[in-house]
Design a protein around this ligand. Structure first.
Ligand SMILES: Nc1nc2c(ncn2[C@@H]2O[C@@H]3COP(=O)(O)O[C@H]4[C@@H](O)[C@H](n5cnc6c(=O)[nH]c(N)nc65)O[C@@H]4COP(=O)(O)O[C@H]3[C@H]2O)c(=O)[nH]1
Length: 832
């Protein structure tokens, strides 16, 4: 390039001649130096795009010699696409009169493709006219980045590979080498022996994989997920992305750049997610996921099954879809408030189905927040608990009702009483509790069977129910026991009316399977708050009153009163003490002599039981024998008495004291026991006594209680054991049965002698009893003889055997022995 022609060739003649250009001309020399030495491409083009000048640096590029293209269009120099692009930038610079930057890649003489950052700017005259464009291109537009490229690449977590067309890896970063287990030094490798398995399970060798990457890069596929498997058996998941590399405007890529991202964590998370998704689908509980705006974004299969709604039906909808008027608006407000405040809510709600029906659901709602505490989702989980509710109701019903009659049971009754008492305490209410026990019901059960018994109970319950008021609770406690709780009564009269009505309806005949049955009831009543102010007390007192009604002859009602209660607690405490008495030597036997008034001799003794209570002192047998009978203890006690008596007779015998016979009192229960006769005989044998040394005293009432008194007594008679009828005349005296029974003696009751002589009526009875005994040819003895006058009366009427305080009170065995010795021991012995 010539120095003086440099500007000349760039500027038009006019410009050249002007003063404005001239100073620049003076710089020509400097510029020429720059032109030659600058490591940049500088080109000057006129407005037609012809290259007027090009700096020496152009020689570095793989271009024809400059002489061939200077003065020509850029199209002569570069491929049409590049030439067109550069011409476009120049035109833009000229038109907009501003610099336009662009990047292009040119091939160097060394065959390397290098990138140049370029700027094309117009040369503007003082008339603001663009006369040419100057383009300055700096080699290595990214030169600073290029220097750092290896460092950048090795810092990447992703693996980067440049894959040549033949599958060879021509560039790899550290991450890629680690991921694919390439040697550290490898820059250009044929890949070692590894393979990948793609998501469809297809196995690809290393080379196949790299080629596949190239193939899918050209097909614009975004990525490929593979499992990389090395020889070591270890495998890792990789996500590969590939981009084809094109040179200039070549259509065919000359290489592929692939990035490899290790996605083991992602895969693991994906796997876990798949498990959760599966779980979500398989769970039997319906699940709804709402977004923060409370729009449904996901539902599971159970949801559709339960509600009939498909996912399409509800996705995008809000919770109002499932709302039903069965739930109060307050309920929804309550849920919303709980979600806002606590982040969760759990409870029962009614939910509607697609078909309009509804069901009871157990719902758990949770508010889900993201990592920054911002609301992210809501999750509702619910299940249909209608069946459980139904079962619960059934169970509840069963737990509170009697299965036979359908009446409330004890639990429900007590709940109601409790509730009523609480309310009454506030409102001064009055209630009554009626304990209704059916009389003789056991006999129906025993004779007609339980089936019939059940029918009688059901019918009795039905009748009773008809007598009750709306607010009353009639309950069955079990067996033949019922209770009526009358809530809010006004007077005792009102209660009595109902109780009497109950007695009437219960005692009306029952027609069951063509047979007629009769029962009655005993009703005990306690009154709130007069008698007690809690369930326990009311129940106990009604029970006591009922017991009283029973004792007074059944088929009646009885009101509780405190005296009854005291008697009962006295009885209960004695009962307990009596259990202990036998084992603690608190019981002992006393003996009362029986005298023949003609000779004055002792003809026998009556054994009478005594109880020395540690605190109460001596307890009367009149008090404790009935308790022993009621509790069944009488069998053990009676047996003990028989043993004591037999032992005592044998001891007296050994001492040479003669007691011809000892009378022992026997209760109905003892007689009823099948083993009793055997036990009596066993005691006699054990103490080596003959059977006539013992006399069993039975009261008339005892005989009346026995099913087959005759057979029972016959066994004793056959064994040679004497039998006496005690308290004769006080009970049901029948000549007929006296004839039939094998009785050896009648005992005139003390009560008839008390006013004898004097009371003509009693005198007649005593005479009649003595006459009867004589007529039946059996012995007679009078008890309770306290005075000489009584004894004289008896003597005059030919009763010579007496027992009473006149001759001696019942005394302990030792005292009795002394008594025997004192009273004519020699004659006494003769009597034997
Ligand atoms: N006022 C008065 N009373 C007299 C007189 N002579 C005797 N007595 C009392 O009259 C009762 C006679 O006995 P019981 O009629 O068999 O009546 C007996 C008997 O039924 C029963 N009992 C006593 N011991 C036994 C026993 O071992 N077994 C059974 N099952 N009952 C017994 O207890 C009842 C009462 O016995 P106790 O209190 O011992 O009362 C005895 C006796 O102490 C008298 O002159 N004046």
């Amino acid at each position: 390039m010539r120095g003086d022609g440099w500007f000349h060739s760039v500027c038009s003649k006019d410009d050249y001649m002007t003063e404005r250009v001239e100073p620049l001309y003076k710089l020509d020399d400097v510029l020429q130096r720059i032109w030659r030495a600058a490591p940049v491409l500088i080109s000057i083009k006129n407005v037609q795009g012809e290259i007027l000048a090009a700096s020496d640096h152009f020689d570095q590029l793989e271009l024809p010699p400059r002489s061939q293209w200077l003065g020509k269009s850029i199209k002569e120099l570069f491929a049409p696409a590049i030439a067109q692009r550069i011409a476009g930038y120049d035109q833009q610079a000229l038109a907009q009169q501003r610099p336009i930057s662009f990047i292009e890649e040119w091939k160097t003489k060394q065959g390397k493709h290098e990138t140049y950052r370029a700027v094309s700017f117009p040369l503007i005259t003082s008339e603001e006219k663009a006369v040419c464009t100057i383009a300055v291109s700096r080699h290595g537009a990214h030169s600073s980045s290029n220097d750092e490229l290896p460092a950048v690449l090795s810092a990447l977590v992703e693996g980067v590979l440049k894959i040549e067309l033949d599958g060879a890896v021509s560039l790899s970063n550290t991450a890629a080498r680690e991921l694919l287990q390439l040697p550290e030094t490898s820059q250009q490798n044929w890949l070692p022996d590894w393979h990948v398995v793609d998501e469809e399970g297809k196995r690809l060798s290393a080379i196949e994989f790299l080629q596949a990457l190239q193939a899918f890069a050209t097909r614009d596929e975004t990525h490929k997920v593979v499992r990389f498997c090395a020889d070591s058996n270890a495998s890792k998941w990789l996500m590969a992305q590939a981009q084809p590399l094109y040179r200039d405007n070549e259509k065919k890529p000359y290489a592929t750049v692939a990035s490899l991202v290790p996605i083991d964590q992602l895969k693991k998370a994906e796997h876990e997610l798949a498990i959760y998704a599966d779980l979500l689908e398989r769970t039997s509980e319906a699940i709804i996921v709402y977004n923060a705006e409370r729009r449904i974004i996901k539902v599971n299969r159970a949801f559709s099954k339960l509600t009939g709604y498909s996912a399409d039906d509800v996705v995008g909808a809000g919770p109002e879809v499932f709302r039903t008027p069965i739930n109060s608006p307050e309920r929804y407000q309550q849920i919303d408030a709980a979600l806002t405040v606590d982040g969760c809510w759990q409870g029962e709600v009614e939910r509607s189905r697609r078909d309009g029906s509804s069901f009871t659901a157990w719902l758990t709602c949770n508010r889900i927040e993201d990592g920054h505490g911002e609301l992210s989702h809501f999750i509702s989980i619910f299940s249909d608990i209608s069946e459980i509710k139904h079962q619960q109701r059934t169970l509840d019903y069963l737990a509170h009702h009697d299965s036979l009659t359908g009446l409330p049971n004890r639990n429900l009754l007590f709940d109601r009483i409790d509730h009523a008492i609480n309310v009454a305490t506030r409102k001064n209410g009055i209630h009554a509790l009626l304990f209704i026990d059916l009389d003789h019901f056991k006999e129906i059960n025993d004779s007609a069977g339980h089936g019939t018994g059940d029918k009688v109970l059901i019918e009795a319950a039905r009748r009773m129910q008809l007598c009750t008021r709306k607010q009353d609770t009639l309950a069955r406690l079990g067996g033949d026991e019922f209770m009526l709780f009358m809530e809010g009564v006004t007077s005792k009269e009102e209660v009595s009316v109902v109780a009497n009505r109950l007695l009437n309806v219960i005692s009306a005949p029952y027609q069951i399977e063509h047979k007629e049955f009769f029962i009655s009831a005993s009703i005990g009543i306690s009154y709130f708050p007069e008698d007690g102010n809690d369930v326990e007390a009311l129940l106990t007192y009604a029970d006591i009153a009922m017991y009283q009604a029973k004792s007074s002859g059944r088929n009646r009602l009885s009101w509780y009163n405190r005296r009854l209660s005291e008697e009962l607690s006295e009885r209960v405490s004695l009962e307990r003490a009596l259990h202990r008495a036998l084992g603690h030597d608190e019981l002992f036997v006393v003996y009362q002599p029986q005298i023949d008034v003609l000779s004055g001799q002792i003809i026998g003794a009556e054994a009478l039981l005594r109880w020395q209570h540690p605190e109460r002192g001596l307890v009367s047998p009149a008090l404790f024998i009935p308790i022993a009978e009621k509790t069944g203890l009488i069998n053990a006690i009676g047996d003990w008495v028989l043993d004591q008596v037999c032992r005592q007779i044998a001891e007296w015998d050994q001492q040479g004291l003669n007691v011809p016979l000892v009378a022992v009192n026997v209760s109905a229960q003892q007689l009823g026991s099948e083993q009793f006769a055997d036990r009596v005989l066993a005691h006699l044998i054990h103490h080596q006594l003959s059977s006539e040394r013992l006399e069993l005293e039975l009261t008339e009432s005892v005989l009346m209680c026995l099913d087959d008194a005759n057979a029972c007594m016959r066994r004793f008679a056959d064994a040679g054991i004497r039998l006496a009828i005690d308290d004769f005349g006080t009970g049901f005296s029948s000549l007929a049965y006296l004839r039939a029974l094998p009785v050896q003696r009648l005992k005139i009751d003390r009560s008839f002698l008390m006013e004898v002589p004097g009371n003509r009526n009693d005198e007649s009875i005593v005479r009649a009893v003595i006459g009867l005994a004589h007529n039946l040819n059996i012995d007679v003895i009078a008890e309770g003889v306290e005075t000489e006058l009584q004894q004289q009366f008896l003597h005059q009427n030919h009763c010579y055997a007496v027992q009473g305080y006149l001759h001696g009170k019942p005394i302990k065995a030792n005292d009795f022995a002394a008594y025997l010795r004192r009273t004519s021991p020699s004659e006494n012995r003769l009597l034997r």
